[in-house]
Design a protein around this ligand. Sequence first.
Ligand code: EPZ
Length: 420
Amino acid sequence: MLEKLMVVGGRPLRGTVQISGAKNSAIALIPAAVLAETSVTLDNLPHLSDVAIYTEILTDLGATIDWNEDRMTIDPSQMKPLAMPNGKVKKLRASYYLMGALLGRFGEATIGLPGGCNFEPRPIDLHIKGFEALGAVVSNENGALHIRAKELRGAKIYLDMASVGATINIMLAASRAKGLTTIENAAKEPEIIDVATLLNSMGAKIKGAGTDTIRIEGVSELHGCRHSIIPDRIQAGTYMIAAAATRGDVTVDNVIPKHLEALTAKLQEMGVHVYEMDESIRIVGQPIYESVDVKALIYPGFATDLQSPMSSLLCQAKGVSVLTDHVYSNRFKHIPELVRMGAKIRVEGRSAIIEGSQLSSAKVRATDLRAGAALVIAGLSVMTGGITEVSGVEFIDRGYENLVFNLSSLGAEVWRENEE
Ligand code: EPZ
């Protein structure tokens, strides 16, 4: 039964929220465990539907998984590279990481082409280019990629775009290739460092993760280990923006402030008071916000995943703000929904021109998880109160664990109801 989120406006968020492990790390670290011959334990795992789907997929491939609270132990020793052309892999865009992991461990993979968020077509041509450079033969048969390699050999790979997924997928396969692989123009997101840290704990030899050149000396075998996942910077940033939008006073705990530098700078530029501690950030909202221009870029620039939530906050700034996404060309599907709430926004190419305005509650629909977060923030920030109904909660559940519990503990009045 599909659900919707009922969000009461006008209540400032106050208190502390514990941030979970990073979704975009977890759904790369789980398939990375396939490369090991013995058990891998992951700590600080978030409870998200994407993580649950991945555990089902690995179990179908023969893994034994023990998942208790935020700790998961994966025994990959009995896994087989069974074909996964359809079914569960279609529910999860990041299922493509199975390609690099199965290719690295077994020399073969048959995985259905990814599904996932529907804000724009999301090609994986750079992933395929990397696999072919390592000596694999890749064919697309009936919507599934068949990848085979007699032997994986290190290669020099230049990424036309600093793709997060391609960087991680190539790193997975190259960790078991013979010889040296270098990835030039690699993505630098913290999640990439997190995957490289896990692989090195498994015995891989990876240097330079987090820079634009990553060197991977292939090894013949990888073993199990234990790894704690980095905090979810996007989840943290979303709560920071919600605190500012409701003029509240919220501390996000269990974060790495450096991962949120671009957002912190923008919030301060708007007039939000931000206090950084070692592992937490406190946001104190203010009555007046200045308009600012925001450019969503690859890391360490402003995160594209925070672009949608930020657009809801910018509705409250005096004057006109320009929000441009240089990563995705059409990640504005939430804008018409915000306009239904009274926002004054027009989209011109890659930019949203946002004029400050009073929002009012309405019935709106989420089309992807960050768009959903933006609509929840907009509903919370309707100063005149009223209930905003956000349909498509299943998208939001993919990226925000315990959303209702966390928002309620911060003083929000939110609850779930079945969709008619
Ligand atoms: C990751 O997606 C994240 N997902 C996304 O978060 C995030 O928005 C994105 O990185 C950018 O930071 C996961 O980590 C599971 P990309 P990914 O490859 O790896 C183009 C969320 O909300 N491209 O860095 O798919 C692509 O079309 C999700 O949590 C190619 O052209 O992103 C895009 O324009 C949404 N060919 C750009 O590169 C390729 O082979 C960046 O994509 C791959 C990508």
